[in-house]
Design a binder for this molecule. Structure first.
Ligand code: ATP
Length: 361
């Protein structure tokens, strides 16, 4: 059963539709990431659910009830917003207890609940501190404890980790995931960070210009993007442009790029014929030395000859840029497995990738 149901939500600011006819539902206990570029309407959507913004059209149901007429504090929603900071004059315990007091929780129950929440976010013993006596990560954990303390039907997190430095962000991301799973919180987390969205979400909703571009599991979003926007926004990709040449009996389709390179694809869905965009993920490209004999090319295999332009060793990965005939460039990301695998700029190589790893839009 859905905990949250949005139906045809629209919110305009003047001519601009910040949210443009969005429908969305979430099942109990699931975490949904709302991912998209700046200005695509993520925060507006979240604020409409929380009740801070009234939509121009559409309905918000929480727990099967239309909450359109309810004020934010009357909705059973836990909030951790970018600008919804801790109260500086209150202790940690008072901050966590705030929502409960507001909602009329029995006073005798509050201390136990505060202790439980602080244990959950690993801040036991910090009850008497004030926010300025905590690190940024600890402050965010108190804010999370405050959001969860009211036992909300749904938890809304807006860029919960964005104020933290990269290392802490990574640590807290895993912690956040564990906590949300442990309490079985039905959650929407808004982020413009794709790694965060793909790590935290059971499902990811990618938004573009106020609309949903795709909803799917992290794997679906990455491996089967529904359109060019999603393919470009999530993960890295190489793009070529071309037109269809033919199709073999076993379902492999050949395209020819504008520069005359042949690309084979085994498309899982119908795709265009003229003027299509051809996408290959960099980690699906194998590089072999161009001086070696041409590998036997099966019908499923793509082989493009090129010259290495740049090699950037980035820790666990090596990013190799290959220039193809016609000045197109391909990025190949290889695992950094030691010196033997290293290619050097100027070297002739062949880029190999499977027809099943080629997407057409
Ligand atoms: P970000 O990741 O930068 O926070 P977002 O996806 O959350 O972006 P929103 O904050 O929802 O985007 O904004 C969506 C669009 O609506 C933007 O173009 C924004 O400029 C516009 N917008 C938001 N609030 C208002 C407002 N109060 N008045 C006018 N325009 C607004």
């Amino acid at each position: 059963m859905s905990v949250l149901n949005l139906k045809d939500i629209t919110k305009k600011y003047g001519e601009l539709a910040a949210v443009d006819g969005i429908s969305l539902d979430i099942e109990r206990g699931k975490v949904l990431s709302l991912l998209g570029p700046s200005g695509c309407g993520k925060t507006t959507t979240l604020r409409i659910i929380a009740g801070f913004i009234s939509p121009d059209a559409g309905t918000v149901e929480i727990g099967g009830k239309n909450v359109g007429h309810l004020k934010p504090y009357e909705r059973n929603v836990g909030l951790l917003f970018q600008d919804y900071a801790l109260f500086p004059h209150m202790t940690v315990a008072e901050n966590v207890a705030y929502g409960m007091r507001y909602r009329g929780t029995q006073t005798s129950e509050i201390p136990t609940r505060v202790s439980q929440m602080l244990a959950l976010v690993q801040l036991t013993g910090m009850e008497a501190r004030r926010p300025h006596q905590l690190s940024g990560g600890q402050q965010q954990r108190v804010a999370l404890a405050r959001a969860l303390a009211i036992d909300p039907q749904i938890v809304l997190l807006d860029e919960p980790l964005s104020a933290l430095d990269a290392k802490l962000r990574l640590e807290l991301r895993l912690e956040l995931k564990e906590i949300l799973r442990a309490v079985g919180a039905t959650t929407i987390v808004v982020t413009h960070d794709q790694e965060e969205a793909l790590t935290l979400g059971d499902e990811v909703v990618v938004m573009n210009a106020g609309k949903i571009a795709q909803r799917g599991t992290p794997t679906e979003i990455y491996e089967a993007p529904a359109n060019k926007f999603v393919a470009e926004f999530v993960g890295r990709s190489n793009w070529l442009h071309g037109s269809k040449r033919g199709q073999s009996s076993d379902g492999v389709i050949s395209y020819v790029t504008d520069e005359g390179l042949e690309i084979r694809t085994r498309a899982g869905r119908p795709c265009g014929e003229q003027g299509v965009d051809i996408c290959v993920r960099p980690e699906n490209i194998e590089l072999v030395n161009g001086g070696e004999p041409e590998p036997a090319q099966g019908p499923e295999q793509n082989v493009l000859a090129g010259v290495v332009l740049d090699v950037a060793p980035l820790g666990a990965d090596v990013h190799v840029v290959v220039e193809l005939p016609g000045k197109n460039r391909l990025l190949a990301i290889r695992k950094n497995v030691g010196r033997s695998s290293v290619v050097v700029p100027g070297q002739s190589v062949r880029a190999l990738f499977s027809a099943s790893d080629v997407l057409i839009f």
